[in-house]
Write a protein that binds this ligand. Structure first.
Ligand code: SF4
Length: 238
């Protein structure tokens, strides 16, 4: 197997940081800064373009987060802070946290952390249950984790680097798995075009079919994504 120096460096920082922390203490924070509901988020740009347009323009959706879901998100933020502090204790040189990238005024994203490793390297931390973490360890990221793959690719593009990693924290076992995210210019261009269209569209029906599930759903069977979409009634009509 090919050795990836960046991946080894980050894994080493996490391991060293964990050992050093046995003699230290720190506060873990719950950072919710940077999430603006009037932005089109890079972390969700792989979702259906019609749905994203509706979310952006406040169309009524049959979607609300219950308190359990809010706690899951909050736990994710705390694990993110924990893992980044482990890396710092282990020797990672942090260039920025919550670095903002923005284009078309509202297409925005915030990278969890950028470290210096022969130039800037994007590191994004995800929290997963056991099943997802096992899938993450072996999956083709473009297949099973496209949203994360695109998110890191966009950050790499805006940061001007080819170095990007995903770190997955397994909530069941506390294992941390690192995966390199390959730079993919074709995918980056596609999702930037998609963002530009969503921002410019006057209504959701103007979003081209290549960026939404609408046309695909006409030919798919019952299990297609539109069946469970919170915007189905708005999109298809009552
Ligand atoms: S119903 Fe289907 S096409 Fe319409 S917004 Fe939802 S996922 Fe997109």
């Amino acid at each position: 197997m090919k050795i990836d120096p960046l991946l080894l460096h980050v894994q080493g920082c996490v391991e060293r940081g964990t050992r050093r922390l046995q003699e230290a203490s720190f506060h873990v924070s719950l950072n919710k800064n940077g999430y603006n509901h009037s932005d089109l988020h890079m972390s969700s740009i792989t979702q259906c373009g019609r749905l994203l347009w509706m979310k952006l323009h406040g169309k009524p959706l049959a979607e609300d987060f219950d308190t359990r879901t809010i706690r899951i998100f909050d736990a994710g933020h705390m694990y993110e802070d924990y893992v980044i502090k482990l890396m710092t204790f282990g020797g990672a040189k942090i260039l920025s946290r919550q670095q903002e990238y923005r284009e078309f005024e509202i297409f925005a994203g915030h990278s969890d952390v950028v470290i210096d490793y022969e130039g800037p390297a994007i590191i994004d931390v995800k929290t997963m249950n056991q099943k997802r973490a096992w899938e993450f360890a072996k999956a083709d990221l473009q297949e099973g984790f496209l949203d994360y793959f695109i998110q890191v690719n966009l950050y790499m593009s805006y940061q001007g680097t080819r170095n990007g990693l995903l770190l997955a924290y397994n909530k069941n076992t506390s294992e941390i798995t690192a995966r390199r995210v390959e730079y993919n210019q074709e995918r980056i261009d596609f999702y930037k075009r998609k963002a530009a269209w969503i921002v410019a569209a006057g209504t959701f029906s103007e979003v081209p079919d290549e960026f939404s599930e609408y046309k695909r759903s006409q030919v798919l069977a019952q299990e297609d994504v539109c069946c469970t979409c919170p915007a189905r009634t708005t999109c298809y009509g009552p």
